[in-house]
Ligand binder design. Structure first.
Ligand code: NAD
Length: 351
């Protein structure tokens, strides 16, 4: 029944059912060698429970890798609530979910993800202290997007240094797909560093803002991925590198905030074969989780957050260099690096 590939060393998977509120959810804790399993809660109208289970297994493993490479004292976890995020939300449902998180005693720390809002998370937080990424309260970290954007900006600089041999991005053309929360802040930094911006978005107001503030040039939705640019920075959708797009990408570097940019794992190698340098998504976009992680340490400390975000440059440098010396794709190397970090913590735990 189960796609066994999704089960890769998960420590705990819990199915939650609350008859009164109708809550049906999974929480998966992939690995806690580095710390409690942390990762967002997604609400999605899955076709069936097996799809939800596969998703939570895959996503929780991804969070272990992301938190490990970001240098956080957090393991990987994820939750999925099965339901329609427009019609199935209720206070009772979120309260029941919060009580169940509390019941795990801190093994899983939740945060907002697709289909959830900060307001939903606040209801959950009224039943459990194991929620981060809130906008209110003593340790609240606020909007993570500027930190994510800074990490992506640094990641672009690391990629430019490696692939183009330049310290500066002045005069380079950078195509940004999606100028929402992260994309806007990224454009601001790129413009400040002298880059020429090509942008696309389905939201005209968002486009107008970057055109007027940063002199960006609009490219239509169908062409942004194939723009004549030095860097392509996907900041909207996942799976933009796929069988249909890959042969038409002209940029020498792909470095952006979007999650799950590769439609399949083997697209990482396919990019390498085409001499396109790919900054693995979960490494370059870790600024957001780093900011959220600050809440789990006690009083929010922006200096700690900035130091961790700055480190994204060095992590990518290591990944790019290892990719060359070991002749394997940057996405594979990132996964291997994550494994190594987790394994080291596991061995230390056993001692
Ligand atoms: P957002 O919703 O604020 O921005 C996304 C933008 O993409 C919107 O302006 C939207 O109109 C646009 N868009 C949607 N479909 C598009 C299309 N087909 N073509 C072009 N533009 C399109 O989201 P965000 O917070 O800026 O996040 C952007 C991406 O980065 C997402 O994939 C998100 O999962 C990922 N991410 C965000 C953070 C964070 O801190 N916000 C952290 C890690 C990863």
């Amino acid at each position: 029944m189960m796609d066994e590939n999704q089960f890769r060393g998960h420590e705990q998977v819990v199915y939650l059912h609350d008859r009164e509120s109708g809550l049906k959810a999974f929480i998966a804790v992939h690995d806690t060698s580095l710390g409690p399993g942390a990762g967002g809660c997604r609400m999605w109208n899955y076709d069936n429970e097996l799809d939800a289970l596969n998703d939570v297994l895959r996503l929780s493993r991804g969070m272990s890798y992301k938190n490990a490479v970001a240098g956080l004292a957090l393991g990987g976890g994820k939750a999925v609530i099965i339901g329609n995020s427009r019609t199935d939300k209720s206070e009772a449902l979120f309260r029941a979910f919060g009580r169940m998180i509390e019941g795990l005693g801190g093994k899983y720390i939740s945060a907002e993800d697709v289909g959830m809002t900060v307001e939903d998370m606040e209801i959950i937080a009224s039943e459990t202290s194991y929620v981060a990424g809130l906008t209110k309260g003593a340790h609240a970290s606020g909007d993570p997007s500027p930190f994510t954007a800074t990490g992506v900006f640094l990641g672009i600089r690391a990629a430019v240094k490696h692939r183009l041999g330049r310290d500066s991005i002045e005069g380079l053309t950078i195509a940004v797909q999606g100028v929402g929360h992260v994309g806007y802040h990224l454009c601001k930094q790129l413009y400040g560093a002298g880059a020429k911006l090509l942008v696309s978005d389905i939201n005209q107001d968002a486009l107008n803002r970057v055109v007027s503030e940063f002199g960006a040039e609009i490219v239509d939705l169908d062409n942004i991925l194939f723009a004549e640019a030095d860097v392509l920075s996907p900041c909207a959708l996942g799976a933009i590198v796929n069988d249909d797009t890959i042969d038409h990408i002209k940029a020498k570097i792909i470095a952006g905030a979007a999650n799950n940019q590769l439609a399949r794992d083997d697209h990482g190698q396919a990019l390498m074969d085409r001499n396109i340098l790919y900054a693995p998504d979960y490494v370059i976009n870790a600024g957001g989780i780093i900011n959220i992680a600050a809440e789990t340490r006690g009083a929010y400390d922006v200096d700690w957050v900035n130091a961790k975000v700055d480190h994204i440059y060095d992590s990518l440098k290591v990944i790019f260099e290892r990719s060359v010396s070991e002749n394997r794709s940057t996405s594979r190397i990132a996964d291997e690096l994550a494994h190594e970090i987790i394994e080291k913590a596991r061995v230390a735990d056993r001692r």
